[in-house]
Design a protein around this ligand. Structure first.
Ligand code: NAD
Ligand code: GLY
Length: 376
């Protein structure tokens, strides 16, 4: 398989922060040689979680050693709960205790959880160190490792404490996906579908024909899907790094989804990608209710998500005693980062591949819709 190199070209005066995204197979084994040119000294800290350390830590360690890079691993517990204030402060203390300097490189080696918390630590320690993303989940390869959003969750809502801090390099090794549990592959696939649903109907058709192969872990197909998503994201981030306009489209399904994640306490009971799948179905259904999107497009999107086993409705969510009433969901949606001047910008769609931002969503109407959609 040939490696593909893409680029986030941030406009002047930020061009010094532009960076490469390398997508290919076997890249963890080449991480040392890829990272070494970025370093002021041959030392780095790898932040990872227990699963990734167990499955892929040795390969990364060997690759760094081959490039004469000295390294320390900081291994965090796996799961969404690691995106907490307590784990962030603990991580930063350990980085400082290891003598991390501002010009050192921090490597975020794992899924979106590790990328988000390690990226935020890198943004904060000594007012900002360089960091490299080595994403090991499908979700992180297609989305979270690119674009510089870093965050932890707050009790009030998802990703509410964070910073924009761009990595210096992204190394997406699709071979790492071979060890990913199916549920995690599926959760990542929801973000793949998001790119199609928001702006690329042709990609949706491509996915519709190949979902089976992708879900069986076909490496070539997965690599192609990662390239398509990353190219789309890199272009959007280059045009709107700090989400003033177009980047908001990447939140398709997320305002509903983040509210659901909060209901489930940011736990592994409901994975981010699963929440996004339900959120996208709700965004399309709401668009149909408003007469903005054709019903067959919403039906196709939901059928596609369901065909691979992703949830698309309240009925598909795990049982919970937590309050997930329309009132609670709308209250949680008000915590969305797209709230401005007391108005919620909601990403809706005029059809598959045609997402747009409604700047001032009518939250009473959204509440009525959620009640009709079966929010208990
Ligand atoms: P995750 O990081 O929790 O990883 C999922 C699970 O897979 C974990 O148990 C992990 O240990 C395990 N794992 C990781 N790589 C593995 C591998 N190769 N083999 C076997 N197991 C492996 O979850 P995720 O889905 O990658 O990321 C979700 C997070 O990403 C959410 O917090 C979400 O908010 C965030 N996110 C951020 C952005 C962004 O732009 N910053 C975008 C989308 C999502
Ligand atoms: N995942 C949404 C974004 O990066 O903007």
């Amino acid at each position: 398989m040939t490696d593909v190199s893409l680029r986030v070209d941030l406009p002047a005066p930020t061009t010094d922060r532009s960076y490469e995204i390398v997508v290919g197979a076997g890249l963890i084994g080449r991480a040392g040689e890829l990272i070494r040119p970025l370093q002021a000294r041959p030392f780095l800290v790898v932040v990872t979680d227990e699963n990734v350390a167990r499955l892929h830590g040795d390969s990364l360690g060997r690759a760094l050693a081959r490039a004469d890079i000295r390294y320390e691993f900081i291994v965090l517990p796996p799961g969404e709960a690691t995106k907490s204030a307590a784990s962030l402060t603990g991580l930063m203390s350990r980085m400082l205790a290891l003598g991390v300097e501002r010009t050192d490189v921090i490597v975020a080696f794992g899924g979106g959880v590790i990328g988000d918390v390690a990226g935020l630590a890198a943004a904060l320690v000594r007012r900002g160190c360089r960091f490299v993303q080595i994403p090991t989940t499908l979700l992180a390869q297609v989305d979270s490792s690119v674009g510089g959003k870093t965050a932890i969750n707050a009790p009030e809502g998802k990703n509410l404490i964070g910073a924009f801090h761009q990595p210096s390099l992204v190394i997406a090794d699709v071979e790492a996906l071979a060890t990913l549990p199916r549920r995690e592959l599926l959760a990542g696939y929801a973000e793949v579908v998001k790119y199609a649903a928001l702006g690329d109907a042709g990609f949706f058709d491509w996915l519709d024909e190949r979902a089976g192969k992708l879900m069986s872990g076909d490496r070539q197909m997965l690599a192609r899907a990662v390239e398509i998503c990353v190219a789309a994201k890199a272009a959007i981030v280059a045009r709107d790094e700090t989400e003033k306009s177009e980047r908001r489209l990447l939140n398709l399904g997320h305002t509903f989804g983040h509210a659901l994640e909060a209901v489930y306490g940011f736990s592994d009971a409901l994975l981010h990608g699963e929440a996004v799948a339900v959120g996208m179905a709700l965004a399309f259904d709401y668009s149909v209710r408003r007469g903005l999107a054709p019903e067959p497009d919403a039906a196709s999107l939901k059928a596609h998500l369901a065909s691979v086993g992703l949830p698309t409705s309240f009925g598909d969510l795990p049982p919970t005693n937590a309050d997930r009433s329309p009132e609670r969901l709308v209250a949680l949606m008000r915590q969305d980062k797209k709230m401005a001047g007391g108005k919620l910008a909601l990403v809706l769609a005029a059809g598959i591949g045609k997402a747009f931002v409604e700047p001032d969503a009518d939250l009473d109407d959204v509440r009525a819709f959620l009640a009709q959609a079966g929010a208990p």
